[in-house]
Structure formats: structure tokens, C-alpha cells
Design a protein around this ligand. Structure first.
Ligand SMILES: Nc1ncnc2c1ncn2[C@@H]1O[C@H](COP(=O)(O)OP(=O)(O)OP(=O)(O)O)[C@@H](O)[C@H]1O
Length: 851
């Protein structure tokens, strides 16, 4: 992404007519939604009901302002946590009355007992609005870009055939800093000291780590094809392990693109007998094992022989244990990519099992050759030991432990961010601990613009829409712009995806949505709702609609919206990623948005990601996870923006995150690398919704009301919203104890938070409905518990199993017996993973104190 993006946003001024000036025929250009993203034409128009509604809202706004002024006169205090004392008003306001009259009739939906239709812009904590910065982009030199000095791939020892392929087919001309540091060590066959040692690679996101291990593997294996006895039956010679299926698939794709290289130089003919270069044959193929196909099919491929294998850990271990035809005795490379993520996901045992399995298979193969029981043709160099490469963003204790088990006498390779130095930053400490003591910094690329916006809870949803609209508008004209939005849990991803796809700005949602029929899954959804309006379990998958890949929103025109989380079927996940990555190639969409959980935070290399929005900050992995998420943009020297949504009660987060990212770095220069810039929520709303003065408030309110109408439209929608709200709170409660001073459920105004899920019900009503008789949420948790007997907080994709988290919280509370009530507040003494009220207490909290 280049700097100097030209804004084409409606902000202020006479060129933007107010809503009341728009005729039905849209002579002045239609609704504001059309003009904020000017080239995009929407078909919705205002009608008379809308202006009536507007009047009512203005009346309410006047009332709200007088409420606010009473706040500012000191009659109501705002606590330091940022949580206002004022509760959402219960009495039906003018807005409520008007809105109810214009509302889409709710088909077969009993009206909720109590609805809260509070104004968006009242009763929010007073927030300081930071002064807008002149430059929104950091001027820092990119820290993960290809080097601009005299370094070349051939100078680092890379084979001319591979170098030529990189240059001509992949347009990769200069190495990056980590490649300059790693290639000489991994390619070397002469330096006694380094040529056989294991390697630990640590560097920034988007710095090209994948090539730094794939290129040496290819260079090592390619010449083997000149040996007469080599063909695919030799078995697997290199294994790359990745923590998720998406990542394994991505590495496999990169590998395949590298293996397309020419096997002889361009100027060398097939009959060139004079050439001293070995005659290479195309035997080197790669394969992917990630659970995408049946075991039988995978076994057949392994029997045929896959010289380079990319796999997730579980599947690999399974084949090592159960597939006798898996010939892996000669394996000479093992790569553990994203090792810290492998540890997070609880794969330590699997990795240890794999390492032992590989050692065992090697011994058996050697023994068979020695005893003459093998059909092997001689010539294989059995003295050559397997080399293991471990890539990790951080050198945490558990990663060091894994390294201790998997690596022998490793060399630690870290990239320099300064390309002026000719010395690669190679640490060769006796132990990783020595290196850790030197520097624990893990920072985002220096060219990344990191921003955060403190948003009152009620305004979260509309602020997200405003931000998306302004980012898309800034990028207009640049086809293929992509934005990734991280949310806390799968239910929240599903809800927001359906909400964006289903909501329209017309009065009659049903009619307005009809041109967008690909979003219309109402009939299917209705069929998937039980009598109580809770989603029924689907036969085909765990979720209704699980195979659906894309949505479109009239609020975000010309943009395809995808979702990604671990509860979707593998095919849907892959299709989502494919669609998101290639949205620009579809004629009707020039941009794409991916709503996802942390499953997309690691390693994924998607082109043209312009911005990453952390709508929910990571519940696990703290600042490291933050750096991984933002690292999906600003890759290999390109620009990018990272936005974080911070609740008023989380005001300490920016300082805390900055300190964590800096590690023990003292130098002022390095500290600048992780600077987070504050942006005011008002500025974001104004920019995204445009209009004169405070007109953005009316527009935001319109958007919020249309979301709320969508939720009220049928029971399925309402159930999605409630489930997402509750799952979000549960996920929030899993922030570790050392983050509880920032992220604590007790600091959240749950009524306001419910508004961000477009709910008009009090939190207690939400809980009761979701947990009532035959509660889907409860029964789901119970089913999962009994079926899977899960014991971890994360599933195989690193997502919070909120049911289990809740169970663990309860256990902690019960076991320690330290939960006491003091002054009417739930207080825990001592420290543990959960510094909060457990499951039931959490529910009580939702039920009791926030209505
Ligand atoms: N020398 C280079 N010149 C230009 N582009 C490169 C170079 N090396 C790698 N790339 C490209 O950079 C992108 C990021 O590479 P890669 O995915 O290996 O980064 P990474 O360091 O593994 O990131 P992460 O830590 O996020 O996994 C890829 O699209 C890759 O093709």
C-alpha cells in the first residue's frame, strides 16, 4: 500500500445535502450512503416515514443533549473505569414510539418483554478526543522489506536455477534481512561448524521466513535426482509442520510454485552434452496432509512417495503411527513453523511424538539396510543427520522447552532491521536462554501505522461501520483492497457476518434486501429455528449456513464480506480464504472484508491487505498475538494500517501493549518503532458517515436502528445476536489474570455492550432467553463437553472454547474457595488465570447488576 492515499470522503460542507433534502427520486444523488463511497450506487431511498422518524429523533436528541448537560454539570459522575453510572432508560421514548410504528412487522416473533431503545449518543462516558495527527502514516523505513544493498540471492549461495526462477517467475530479486541471515547457514555444506546444526529462526512478520527454509530444502534435494536410483519411492525427505490447515495449505502452495522451476538453464538445450551440470529430473514433488482428504487417500499418496511433505501435527503423527507404507526413514529436514503457535494449541506432545517417530523410523531403516533386509539400492549417505529448523516469533519458556526437545545445539538466527549492516545478526549462544536474555523484543514492522480508538461500548458497531466505510473509500480505485477484522469468538463472527449481509438502509428490510438475494437465507434460516427461536443443530455441519461463503452489504457497497473461524467446515474455510484473496477478480466487487477469529492471525500471507482492525483485542497471547494479527498487513516492505478498538475501561491498554512489545529494549530509537497513535471516535464516525456538524450522529443512529430492526426481524436473527453477545462476554472473561486490570467483565457496562450487538433487550433478558429451557447455548456446551471431552481452552484452531473456559472458571472458584463477597461486590483474592467471577457468578453479574 502506498502512502499518500487520497481521501474521497464526504465530511462537511454544502456539497452534502442533509437527509431531508433528498427526494424519493434522489435527484441530488440519493442517500448519504451513496456518496460516502461515491462511485458506488445504492438503490435505497428515503421515504416519508424516514423524515418523520428523523424529526422524532431530533426531538429525542434535544432531550439527550439536556441529559448530557446535566452530566457535565456534575449531577452524575462518570467513574474512572469509564463505565457510566447511568443506566439505559426503560421508558419508551419518542424514538421508540416512532420507530415501532415504522418497524418491519416481526413475523411470528413475540415482542420482547422489555426493549431498551436508548439513544446512541447519550449516557456515554466522556472521552477526550485526541487532536487529529497531520500525518497518518509513519515515515519509518520499512523493517521487513527486501534489502536495498548489494546482497543478492546468488551471492548468498543460492543455485542459479532457483535464483533465475525467483527473478523471472516470482519477481523476487533481492533477499530480505532474514533471508540474508539464514541462507548462508542453511545452504552451506562446507562450514563444518554450521552446516549440520539445527536452526532457530526469529524475525518480524512478513519478512520472508518461508523462503528462508524452503529454498535451502529445495537446493539440498534437487541434485539428488541426478542419482540413478532416486525417484519418488525414496519416500519423504523433508517435512514442514504448520499449526493450522490454512497455513499448511499456504506453505504447500508456495512450495509448489517454487518446484515449477526449470531444471536446466534457459540457455542450455536438452542435448547439451558438454554441460557439467547434473541432469535433473522432475521427481521432487510436494504433498499436503491436513485432514482435507480421507486417510485412505492420504495413505495411497504416501505409498507412492512424497519427497516434501507439508502437514499439520496431528495428521502427521497419525500417519507415523498407523501408516506402514509411510517411508520416512531418510528424512533429512524437519521444519516447525510458527512454533509458539504450535505450543499455544497444545501440540507439544504431538511434536515430541513426531520427533521420536522420525528417529525410530530412521533407525529401523538403517537396521534393515545393514541386515540386508531392505530392497534399497546402495549409495544413500546415512551419515547425514536430519536438520531441524524451528521458526518462532517469540522465544518464550515453552518454546525454549520445545527447542530443547527438538533441536540439537541450535544456531539462533535473528534478522537485522538495518540493511546497512553487512553482518547478519546471527546469535550462536550455547543456549537459547542466552539469546533471550539479550533481547525479547517482538515488534510490528516499522512502516505499519498503528492506531487505536477508544470507543464507548454503545457506539462500537456503528464506529466499526464508519471505519470500514472510510477505509474502503480511501482505497477506492485500487482494486483488490482487503481489510481483516478480528473478533473474539466464532459466534460473534457469524452474527456480524449475517448482520452486515442482512441489513439494508431501506425502511422495509425485506424489500430492500431483495436485490441482494444471495444474502437472503431467511427461509433456510427460519427452517433452522426451533419453537423458541434458537438455531437447530444442522445435519450437514455444526451451523446452519455453514457452507455459505460470501455476503454483501448495502452499507459497504462493492465489497464482498467473508468470514473465517474454526467451526466452519474445511471446504468453507478454504473457499472463504480463496474468495477473500481474489475478490478483485470478481467483476462486481473491488474490495473484500474478512471477519475472523484469531485463526487468521498467524502466518497467513494474503496480498493487498490494506488494514487490520482488531474490533476485539486478543483474549489470548497478549501483545504477541496483537503483533501477529497486525502483521497480516505491512508485509515485505509494503504499507498498512492497524486499528484497535479500545473500550473506555481499557484505557491502559495502549501503554501496556507498547511496553510488552518493547520487551527490554531501552534505546529510544527502537521504542519509536512501536508507537500507537490515538484517534478520536468522533473523528472516525464523522469521517465514515460524513455530513455537516453533528449530522453523522443521525446517520449513525439510522444505521444502528437498521441493525436493531434486523435483529428483531425474526427469531433466528435474535438468537444469533444473543448467542454472540453471551459468547463475547465469556471470551472476554478468559483474558489472563495479568491482563485483568485492563480487561475485566466487571468494568463493562453490559447494557451498553448489548447495544453493540444490536440488542434491545436488557442483558438479563438476553441471558434468560439464551439459557432458558432447552437452551441452545447450554445444551451445545454440554454436548461438546460430553462428545469431545475437551480439556483445553483452545480448540485445534486456537479458538476459545467458551464453554470449557467457563467450566474452568467455575472449577477454579470452587477449588480455591476464595470467592468472597465484599461490600456487595464479587472479589477474588490471590491470583489465578481467572481473576473474575466464574460461570454462574458471571451470569449473576449479567442478570443482576446491569439492568
Ligand atoms: N526477498 C523477497 N522479496 C520480495 N518478496 C518476498 C521476498 N521473500 C518473501 N517475499 C514475499 O513476502 C511475503 C511474506 O513472506 P512470508 O509469508 O514468508 O513471511 P513470514 O516472515 O513467514 O511472515 P509471518 O511471520 O507473518 O508468517 C510472501 O508473499 C512472499 O512471497
Amino acid at each position: 500500500m502506498e502512502d499518500g492515499i487520497i481521501l474521497n470522503l464526504a465530511t462537511e460542507g454544502p456539497e452534502l445535502p442533509t437527509k431531508s433534502s433528498h427526494g424519493r427520486n434522489g435527484k441530488k444523488g440519493g442517500r448519504w450512503t451513496d456518496r460516502c463511497v461515491s462511485p458506488l450506487i445504492l438503490c435505497t431511498t428515503l421515504d416519508i416515514r424516514s423524515s418523520r422518524r428523523l424529526k422524532a429523533k431530533r426531538g429525542q436528541k434535544r432531550k439527550a443533549r439536556s441529559d448530557e448537560s446535566s452530566l457535565s454539570t456534575g449531577r452524575t459522575k462518570v467513574p474512572s473505569t469509564g463505565r457510566p453510572l447511568k443506566r439505559a432508560r426503560k421508558e419508551p421514548s419518542a424514538l421508540q414510539a416512532e420507530d415501532a410504528s415504522t418497524q418491519e412487522p416481526i413475523k411470528s416473533t413475540p415482542r420482547p418483554h422489555t426493549q431498551f431503545i436508548s439513544s446512541l449518543f447519550t449516557s456515554n462516558p466522556k472521552l477526550e478526543q485526541p487532536v487529529p495527527s497531520v500525518s497518518s502514516h509513519p515515515s519509518a523505513k520499512p523493517s521487513n522489506a527486501p534489502l536495498r544493498d548489494s546482497s543478492t540471492f546468488s551471492g548468498l549461495g543460492l543455485d542459479p536455477l532457483i535464483t533465475a526462477h525467483l527473478e523471472t517467475k516470482l519477481n523476487i530479486k533481492k533477499p530480505t534481512s532474514i533471508q540474508r541471515a539464514a541462507l548462508p547457514i542453511l545452504l552451506s555444506s562446507s562450514d563444518e561448524d554450521t552446516s549440520s546444526r539445527d536452526v532457530f529462526i526469529q524475525s518480524q512478520t512478513g519478512s520472508g521466513k518461508t523462503f528462508s527454509f524452503l529454498l535451502p530444502i529445495i537446493q539440498d534435494l534437487l541434485p539428488l535426482s541426478s542419482l540413478s536410483y532416486i525417484d519418488r519411492s525414496i519416500g519423504t525427505l523433508a517435512i514442514i509442520i504448520a499449526p493450522t490447515r490454512e497455513l499448511a495449505k499456504q506453505i504447500s502452495d508456495v512450495l509448489e510454485s517454487l518446484l515449477q522451476l526449470r531444471l536446466r538453464a534457459a540457455d542450455e538445450s536438452a542435448e547439451d552434452a558438454g554441460s557439467s551440470a547434473p541432469r535433473l529430473t522432475r521427481w521432487l514433488v510436494s504433498g499436503l496432509l491436513s485432514g482435507g482428504s480421507t486417510r485412505t487417500h492420504e495413505k495411497a499418496r504416501l505409498r507412492k512417495g512424497l519427497p516434501i511433505l507439508v502437514s499439520t501435527p496431528g495428521r502427521l503423527l497419525d500417519h507415523l503411527q498407523n501408516t506402514s507404507s509411510f517411508n520416512v526413514g531418510k528424512c533429512r529436514w524437519l521444519v516447525l513453523d510458527e512454533a509458539d503457535r504450535l505450543m499455544d494449541l497444545g501440540f507439544e506432545e504431538s511434536i515430541n511424538g513426531i520427533v521420536k517417530g522420525l528417529d525410530g523410523r530412521r533407525k529401523l531403516a538403517m537396521q534393515a539396510v545393514e541386515e540386508g533386509n531392505s530392497m534399497e539400492v546402495g549409495g544413500w549417505d546415512w551419515s547425514r543427520q536430519r536438520r531441524t529448523i524451528l521458526c518462532s516469533a517469540t522465544i518464550r519458556d515453552d518454546v525454549q522447552k520445545l527447542a530443547g526437545n527438538a533441536l540439537v545445539n541450535p544456531i539462533v538466527i535473528k534478522a537485522l532491521t538495518d540493511d546497512s549492516s553487512s553482518n547478519p545478526d546471527v546469535a550462536t549462544g550455547e543456549s537459547l536462554g542466552d539469546v533471550v536474555n539479550g533481547n525479547t523484543k517482538f515488534t510490528p514492522p516499522s512502516q505499519l501505522a498503528q492506531k487505536y480508538v477508544v470507543v464507548p461500548l454503545k457506539l462500537r458497531l456503528v464506529t466499526l461501520i464508519a471505519l470500514l466505510r472510510s477505509l474502503l473509500a480511501e482505497a477506492q480505485g485500487r482494486k483488490g483492497t482487503k481489510i481483516i477484522v478480528f473478533l473474539s469468538c466464532t459466534d460473534s463472527v457469524d452474527f456480524h457476518w449475517h448482520l452486515l449481509g442482512g441489513t439494508s438502509m431501506g425502511e422495509d428490510d425485506g424489500e430492500a434486501a431483495s436485490p441482494n438475494s444471495e444474502n437472503e437465507t431467511e427461509a433456510a434460516e427460519a427452517a433452522d429455528v426451533d419453537e423458541e427461536g434458537k438455531p437447530k443443530p444442522s445435519k450437514a455441519s455444526r451451523r446452519p449456513d455453514a457452507e455459505k461463503v460470501t455476503m454483501k452489504s448495502t452499507l459497504l457497497p462493492d465489497t464482498a464480506i467473508y468470514r473465517l473461524h474454526g467451526s466452519l467446515p474445511l471446504q468453507t474455510r478454504m473457499a472463504s480464504l480463496r474468495g477473500f484473496a481474489s475478490a478483485s477478480s470478481q467483476p462486481s466487487t473491488s474490495s473484500s472484508i474478512l471477519l475472523c477469529t484469531s485463526v487468521a492471525s498467524r502466518g497467513l500471507d494474503l496480498p493487498l491487505v490494506r488494514a487490520v482492525i482488531q474490533y476485539d483485542l486478543p483474549t489470548e497471547g497478549g501483545a504477541t498475538e496483537y503483533v501477529h494479527r497486525v502483521g497480516r498487513t505491512a508485509r515485505v516492505g509494503k504499507g498498512g494500517e492497524a486499528w484497535s478498538f479500545v473500550a473506555p475501561s481499557e484505557g491502559e491498554w495502549p501503554k501496556w501493549a507498547t511496553q510488552k512489545m518493547q520487551g527490554d529494549v531501552k534505546e529510544e530509537e527502537n521504542k519509536k518503532e512501536v508507537g500507537l497513535q490515538a484517534v478520536g471516535s468522533e473523528a472516525v464516525l464523522k469521517k465514515g458517515f460524513g455530513g455537516k456538524g453533528t449530522e453523522y450522529e443521525e446517520r449513525a443512529t439510522d444505521v444502528q436502528l437498521s441493525f436493531e430492526r434486523w435483529v428483531l426481524k425474526n427469531q433466528y436473527h435474535a438468537a444469533l445476536a444473543r448467542k454472540a453477545f453471551l459468547s463475547h462476554i465469556r471470551a472476554y472473561a478468559t483474558h489472563p489474570s495479568d491482563e485483568k486490570h485492563i480487561f475485566h467483565v466487571r468494568h463493562l457496562h453490559l447494557g451498553h455492550l448489548a447495544k453493540a450487538f444490536a440488542l434491545r433487550e436488557a442483558p438479563s433478558a438476553v441471558t434468560n432467553k439464551a439459557h432458558g429451557k432447552g437452551s441452545k447455548t447450554k445444551s451445545n456446551v454440554a454436548t461438546n463437553k460430553s462428545k469431545n471431552n475437551r480439556s483445553k481452552v483452545v480448540d485445534s484452531d486456537g479458538e476459545v472454547d467458551v464453554g470449557e473456559a467457563e467450566k474452568r472458571m467455575e472449577k477454579v472458584v470452587r477449588e480455591q474457595g476464595r470467592l468472597t463477597k465484599k461490600g456487595g461486590k464479587v472479589v477474588r483474592t490471590g491470583t489465578s488465570e481467572f481473576q473474575i467471577a466464574g460461570g454462574y457468578a458471571l451470569e449473576a453479574l449479567v442478570n443482576g447488576s446491569r439492568t
